[in-house]
Design a protein around this ligand. Structure first.
Ligand code: NZQ
Ligand code: ZN
Length: 398
C-alpha cells in the first residue's frame, strides 16, 4: 500500500431495528430548534415522520418543517433551506430520507453562515468551508440505502439552469454528527429505488477498486463488500421484505462510501463523472445513470487494467483461473452484466430517457468529456471518442 493518508470519520452510527431509540440521546447535546428535512412525503405515509416527531417533541424541541426536498436536490431549494434555517435560527438539521435529503442538509449546514453564493463558492470553485465560519450540525435518519451520504462529507447538488450536477467534498466539519440506520425503514422503498441503490453501492466500491496496481488492504475489503452486495442484492430483488438482505445492503452502502475503502487510492470515478452529467440532463434516478454506462465503460477500460479485471473476475465473480487473462477478465464482466440484469437495473441510456436526437447527444458528449477531463485515477483517461463510443454502445444495449 503506497498511499499516505490521515483517517478521521466523525460520524457516530446507530444501526438496527431499534436504532431510532438512540435519537433522544443524540438530541440532548443540540439546541432547541430542529429543522426537519424530508422529501416528497414517503415518511408521512410509512409512519417514520410520526416516530421521529414523537422523539423530537418528547425532547422538547421546536420543529421547523422543511418538506419537499426533491430527488437530485437543486441549488434553488438549498437557498430556500438556508433562508429557513437563518430565520428559524436552527440548531440542528435533521434529514429523514435518502441521499438527497442528507446532501441537501449538508449543503444548507455549510451555507447558513456563508456570505458568498454557495453554488459559486462550493460547487463551481470547490472552495473549502471557511475555518472560522460556524457550520450547523447535521443528523440523518436514513430511509434509503445507496449513497453512503450518511457517513461522508460530500453533497451533490443540481443546477437546472446550468444543466449541471456537481459534488462538493465539504470535509469532516460537515459530516453528519450521527446517523440512524434502521433497515426496516427501507422496506417501503419502491423496487426501482431499491435496485438503483444496490447498483449505486456496488459502483461506489468499483470506483475505489478499479484504480491503482499496488497490493492494498482497501481492495481486499472492497472484494468482500462487493460479494456481500451481489448476494444480498439477489436475495432482496426476489423478496424485498427480506430484512437480513436489506440490512446487509444498508450496512454495505455506508461502508462503500464512508471514505474507508478509498484510503491510499486515487480512485476511478469515471462512471460517476458520466452519471452526474446524465443526471443533470435527464434528472433520472442516480443509480440508474450509473448502470446505464457502466458496462460499456468497463469493457473499454479492461485492456488497460487487465490485471485488475482478471483479479476482479476471480475474487468477486468466482471465475475459474483457467485460460488467458483476457478470457478470464471478460467472463468476469459477463457475470457482472448478468447480475445487473438479474437485479433489474437499466443497461441502456434509453432507459433513463436519452434518445438519438443529434443535438442532445452532442451536448451529452461535450458535457461528459468535460466532466471526466480531470480524472486521472482510472486505468484509461477518457477522451471524446471514448465517450462517444460508450454512449453509442449504451444506446444499442437492450
Ligand atoms: O422524497 P420521498 O418521498 O422521501 O421519496 C424518496 C425519493 O422519491 C424515495 N424514498 C426514500 N426512502 C423511502 C422512499 N420511498 C418509500 N420508502 C422509503 N423508505 O426514494 C426516492 C429517491 O430518494 P433519494 O434520496 O433521491 O435517493 P438516493 O438515496 O439515491 O439519493 C440520490 C442523491 O444522492 C446523490 C445523488 O447524486 C442524488 O442526488 N449522491 C450523493 C452521494 C454522497 N453524498 O456521497 C454520492 C452518490 O454517488 C450520489 O451522487
Ligand atoms: Zn453514487
Amino acid at each position: 500500500m503506497f498511499g499516505s493518508f490521515a483517517y478521521d470519520n466523525p460520524t457516530r452510527l446507530h444501526f438496527g431495528e431499534d436504532s431510532l431509540n438512540a435519537l433522544a440521546g443524540e438530541l440532548a447535546s443540540c439546541g432547541p430548534v430542529v429543522q426537519l428535512v424530508y422529501g416528497g412525503g414517503s415518511i408521512r405515509k410509512n409512519g417514520i415522520y410520526d416516530q421521529v416527531c414523537a422523539v423530537l417533541k418528547a425532547a422538547g424541541k421546536t420543529i421547523v418543517d422543511d418538506a419537499g426536498v426533491m430527488p437530485n436536490p437543486t441549488i434553488d431549494r438549498v437557498l430556500e433551506g438556508v433562508a429557513r434555517a437563518r430565520e428559524a435560527k436552527a440548531d440542528l438539521l435533521l434529514a429523514v430520507g435518502g441521499g438527497s435529503c442528507c446532501d441537501y442538509a449538508k449543503a444548507v449546514a455549510a451555507s447558513v453562515h456563508l456570505a458568498e453564493d454557495p453554488w459559486d463558492f462550493y460547487f463551481e470553485r470547490c472552495r473549502p468551508v471557511p475555518a472560522d465560519m460556524p457550520v450547523l450540525p447535521v443528523g440523518c435518519v436514513v430511509t434509503m440505502a445507496g449513497t453512503g451520504s450518511e457517513m461522508n462529507g460530500t453533497s451533490v447538488i443540481t443546477n437546472p439552469a446550468m444543466r449541471a450536477k456537481k459534488n462538493c467534498k465539504f470535509g469532516p466539519r460537515v459530516f453528519p454528527k450521527f446517523a440512524i440506520l434502521n433497515p426496516a425503514f427501507t422496506l417501503t422503498l419502491p423496487d426501482w429505488q431499491m435496485r438503483a441503490g444496490i447498483f449505486d453501492t456496488f459502483n461506489h466500491i468499483g470506483e475505489a477498486y478499479f484504480s491503482g496496481t499496488d497490493d492494498s488492504v482497501s481492495d481486499y475489503i472492497s472484494e468482500g463488500l462487493m460479494r456481500s452486495v451481489i448476494h444480498a442484492g439477489r436475495v432482496a430483488v426476489k423478496n424485498p421484505q427480506d430484512y437480513e438482505a436489506r440490512s446487509n445492503l444498508m450496512w454495505a452502502a455506508t461502508w462503500a462510501l464512508n471514505t474507508l475503502i478509498g484510503l491510499g487510492k486515487a480512485g476511478d470515478w469515471n462512471v460517476h463523472g458520466m452519471g452526474r452529467v446524465l443526471g443533470a440532463h435527464t434528472n433520472a434516478t442516480h443509480g440508474m445513470t450509473l448502470s446505464a454506462v457502466a458496462m460499456p465503460y468497463y469493457r473499454r477500460v479492461l485492456p488497460h487494467g487487465l490485471a485488475r479485471f482478471r483479479r476482479y473476475a476471480t475474487a468477486v465473480w468466482d471465475v475459474a483461473p483457467e485460460g488467458s487473462d483476457m478470457d478470464i477478465a471478460l467472463e468476469g464482466l459477463a457475470r457482472m452484466e448478468a447480475w445487473m440484469r438479474e437485479i433489474g437495473v437499466v443497461l441502456s441510456v434509453r432507459g433513463i430517457g436519452v434518445t438519438e436526437e443529434p443535438a442532445e447527444l452532442e451536448s451529452l458528449v461535450s458535457d461528459m468529456t468535460a466532466a471526466v477531463a480531470g480524472i486521472r485515477g482510472g486505468y484509461l483517461h477518457l477522451e471524446r471518442a471514448d465517450i462517444e463510443a460508450i454512449l453509442q454502445e449504451s444506446l444499442a444495449a437492450e
